[in-house]
Design a protein around this ligand. Structure first.
Ligand code: IMP
Ligand code: MG
Length: 172
């Protein structure tokens, strides 16, 4: 608890998204995904490490049978898990330039996924460098560096329950 209060001192005073707002939105997204994937052969893929916190909350709001997998960016290309015929839902923390997910999307489709959709908690559309269709987006945010709820700066702050903007003096 005291650790957490220390971490909050590194954030701008106003939280960007509170844990309560996140919980409400994650429930809505889970309900929408449940409707859309009814009758499909659903596999969810968690993109490590940032999406972990969002992932564990979101999957518990999806009321469907599913299998799951975990991928780190460095292993995208070499992953050999069978996804032939699966309806794949990628779960990501934030879409920024879009480079990571556009690459992964092509990769998974070329390996025979029946369908491929993207769920992200956060989207920074101003930063996009390649076109990418995002199917489920929790919150659209401005071009600021955020941490918490899985998102890190130098591997820290992932365990903050809320999302805030890091004070620029922390990384400058
Ligand atoms: P991109 O869409 O390929 O540029 O990659 C997005 C990745 O950049 C995310 O998975 C995060 O790891 C990281 N990222 C982008 N913006 C932020 C941020 O505001 N806070 C923390 N990580 C970020
Ligand atoms: Mg990430």
């Amino acid at each position: 608890m005291s650790e957490q209060r220390k971490m909050y001192a590194d954030l701008k005073d106003e939280l960007l998204i509170t844990r309560d707002q996140i919980a409400v939105r994650v429930k809505e997204m889970g309900a929408e995904i449940t409707r859309d994937f009814e009758g499909k052969d659903l596999t969810v893929i968690c993109i490590l490490k940032g999406a972990v916190v969002f992932f564990v909350d979101l999957i518990r709001e999806i009321d469907l049978p599913m299998t799951m997998d975990f991928m780190a960016i460095s292993s995208y290309g070499s992953a050999t898990k069978p996804i032939n015929g699966k309806d794949v839902l990628i779960i990501e923390d934030i879409v920024d330039s879009g480079m990571t997910l556009s690459f992964l999307k092509e990769n998974l489709l070329s390996r025979g996924a029946a369908s491929l959709h993207i769920a992200t908690l956060l989207d920074k559309p101003e930063r996009r460098r390649v076109p990418l269709h995002v199917d489920y987006s929790g919150f659209t945010i401005p071009d600021e560096f955020v941490v918490g709820y899985g998102l890190d700066y130098a591997e820290k702050y992932r365990n903050l329950p809320d999302i805030g903007v890091l004070r620029p003096e922390i990384y400058e």
